[in-house]
Design a protein around this ligand. Structure first.
Ligand code: SAM
Length: 258
């Protein structure tokens, strides 16, 4: 059984192209993931399809009401088990990261709840959300693009989702660093050459160059990631120093019995 995504949205038609193409489309066709779309408007209680109302206390815009959202979540949960982690998409959530994508890829089921208008009645957040995720510090008109981004980032981590020509091993963020620069043919384009080392055929030298470029890029572009990387390196070195030495047979390291 593949990882089951339930996406709750007012605009299911936005997902048409996304779910049929590329790595996500292939993973769905191969049964690694299944994606079920639910239209929140189907859970409106009146014949006008109302899902939102004016905010208490006044102010602009409309707020998504509890009733259609609670009903929709209960409906999809009754369709399959386990109940799944409910991910509320919100600019106020924790920022999406590769580490979070890896965590979510280990779940059996994810329910992604996309908002619209001014967002959700707060009781939806407090009573239903297991985790709130933001795509970044900017506001979009709806959660659909965030749902697609998270689905894509998670699906490509599922074992077998990538073809053998694609690899996760050296990607950006994998080791907490950005990936090194990549080049392909031709060797020179409009006077712009490929770095000599990549044409050398010396695999050890290429690996060293790539590792160095990866560190350099991270240091220059993402001081936050670089600091965290250095801290992890320090901690790893410290753990190594603290580890009791194994008896390697050298003089003076043999424990003397009492
Ligand atoms: C216009 S936004 C609501 C913003 C809300 N009034 C606020 O200021 O926090 C409508 C919906 O789009 C989605 N959304 C907007 N920006 C997002 C972001 N950066 N990350 C994830 N979802 C976002 C959320 O589902 C949100 O409920």
């Amino acid at each position: 059984m593949g990882l089951r995504f339930d996406i709750l949205t007012l605009f299911p038609e936005m997902f048409d192209g996304f779910l049929g193409a590329s790595i996500v489309g292939r993973a769905v066709r191969n049964g690694l993931a299944e994606v079920h779309l639910t239209n929140l408007r189907d859970f409106a209680a009146d014949r006008y399809g109302s899902v939102d109302d004016a905010p208490f206390g006044g102010g602009p815009g409309m707020v998504l009401m509890c009733q259609p959202i609670f009903d929709a979540v209960e409906h999809v949960r009754a369709q399959a088990s386990p109940p799944g982690k409910l991910v509320l998409l919100s600019p106020q959530g924790q920022p999406m990261t590769q580490a979070l994508a890896e965590q979510l890829a280990g779940e059996p089921r994810l329910i992604l709840l996309a908002g619209h208008y001014e967002g959700f009645d707060e009781r939806i957040r407090t009573a239903l959300a297991d985790v709130e995720i933001s795509l970044g510090d900017f506001v979009m008109s709806g959660g659909e693009v965030a749902a697609m981004a998270i689905t894509d980032a998670v699906v490509r981590l599922l074992p077998g989702a990538l073809g053998k020509e694609e690899s996760l091993d050296e990607e950006s963020f994998r080791m907490g660093l950005l990936e090194y620069p990549q080049y392909t043919r031709p060797r020179e384009f409009r006077g712009l050459p490929v770095p000599e080392v990549l044409l050398s055929g010396d695999h050890a030298k290429i690996a060293r160059w790539r590792a160095e470029q990866s560190r350099l890029r991270t240091m220059q572009r993402r001081p936050d990631l670089w600091e965290a990387y250095l801290k992890r390196q320090d901690e790893a070195a410290q753990t190594d120093r603290d580890r009791p030495r194994e008896n390697n047979g050298e003089p003076g390291t043999v424990e003397q019995g009492g």
